[in-house]
Design a protein around this ligand. Structure first.
Ligand code: ATP
Ligand code: MG
Length: 316
């Protein structure tokens, strides 16, 4: 199964730490670590960690764009970058070591035009993917229904589209019909048109998304509660193992990476979600930039398969 990820709003993620954040005085920081970031790019990194392959397609501009591509290539991830005007954004996160709190500064994305985004789709089409993972926010410059166009395009090229985004872009694209959606609780609530769904309403809301033709498969991620899988055949809750959480940065992207990798290995939907939950939970064990360690995934997956059945929500 050929996997392609599409990241229209990529970033260079720079991270450092400082003992205490105080105004005015110079803050002496630790050496900066630079990572390639953005939804689909993180999914490609996660798939690679699990031993799978994918190609990351994204727009890139300026010196930061070149660095983004070369960081991925150094890691052994195939890339197809579309050269665009301007500089790819840099995000910055600082860990305050005295409090262990992380401060994340997210910059506006590099604006891209519809023509440039369409050229990214051309790159995707040339790769002839079986699965197209579209993840992250839309950059400035694109209409909020651009992912709807991507959904139509996916059908046209016969690729199964997996979408992980939020807000209006998610709702607009869902109306076009997508293979798989991965909303979290807040995103599913917005799709259902309510402020916040209660846990016992999640199964009905997820089934509705399927019955309304928005997707074939929906996996609702529920943080520490794991995930809910829903298809036209019904729903099932996959609990998350109890872990000592460090940060949840990258949990969603890690989960999608695990699911896509399992899918490409021919696993059932249930095993796909179990693997996704194991990767998401493994991501919470270490700081943001690492995503997850495969050894943690294997341990957590065997817990989920062995003990998971006991911890299901019975009122679902
Ligand atoms: N506190 C936690 N304990 C255990 N597992 C967790 C925790 N938080 C997240 N996870 C794991 O990560 C998966 C995805 O997390 P979550 O539901 O928070 O996604 P998300 O809101 O899309 O995340 P992101 O902010 O990265 O987009 C969960 O299904 C679960 O497996
Ligand atoms: Mg998310």
């Amino acid at each position: 199964m050929l996997i392609v990820t599409l990241t229209l709003n990529p970033a260079l993620d720079k991270s450092s730490s400082v003992e205490q954040l105080t105004p005015e005085s110079k803050l002496r920081c630790s050496p900066v670590k630079t990572d390639a970031g953005g939804g689909g790019i993180n999914v490609s990194k996660g798939i690679h960690k699990l031993g799978g392959k994918s190609t990351a397609v994204f727009p890139a501009g300026g010196a930061t764009g070149l660095l983004l591509s070369s960081l991925l290539e150094q890691e052994g991830i195939a890339t197809r970058a579309l050269k665009v005007q301007g500089d790819t954004r840099e995000n910055f996160s600082i860990l305050e070591t005295s409090s262990n709190l992380q401060y994340r500064f997210t910059m506006p994305g590099l604006p891209i035009t519809v023509e440039e985004a369409d050229a990214c789709l051309e790159l995707v089409a040339e790769l002839k993917p079986d699965i197209l993972v579209v993840s992250g926010s839309l950059p400035p410059g694109l209409p909020s229904n651009y992912y709807q166009k991507v959904a139509g395009f996916s059908k046209y090229i016969n690729a199964k589209m997996v979408l992980d985004t939020s807000g209006v872009p998610l709702r607009a694209a869902a109306h076009e019909g997508i293979f798989m959606l991965k909303p979290n609780l807040g995103e599913l609530s917005a799709m259902a048109g309510v402020e916040k769904l209660e846990m016992n309403q999640v199964d009905d809301a997820a089934l509705q998304v399927v019955h309304q033709g928005m997707c074939e498969v929906v996996v609702v991620s529920l943080g520490a509660q794991g995930a809910l899988l829903a298809t036209k055949d019904g729903f099932e809750h996959i609990p998350a193992p109890m872990v000592r959480k460090t940060t949840t940065v990258g949990a969603g992207d890690s989960m999608v990476a695990g699911m896509i990798w399992a899918m490409s290995e021919g696993k059932s939907y249930k095993e796909m979600v179990q693997t996704g939950v194991a990767c998401g939970s493994a991501a919470t064990l270490n700081t943001g930039t690492e995503l997850f360690f495969p050894a943690d995934v294997h341990k957590l997956l065997s817990w989920i398969k062995t003990y998971g059945e006991r911890y299901k929500y019975t009122d679902f």
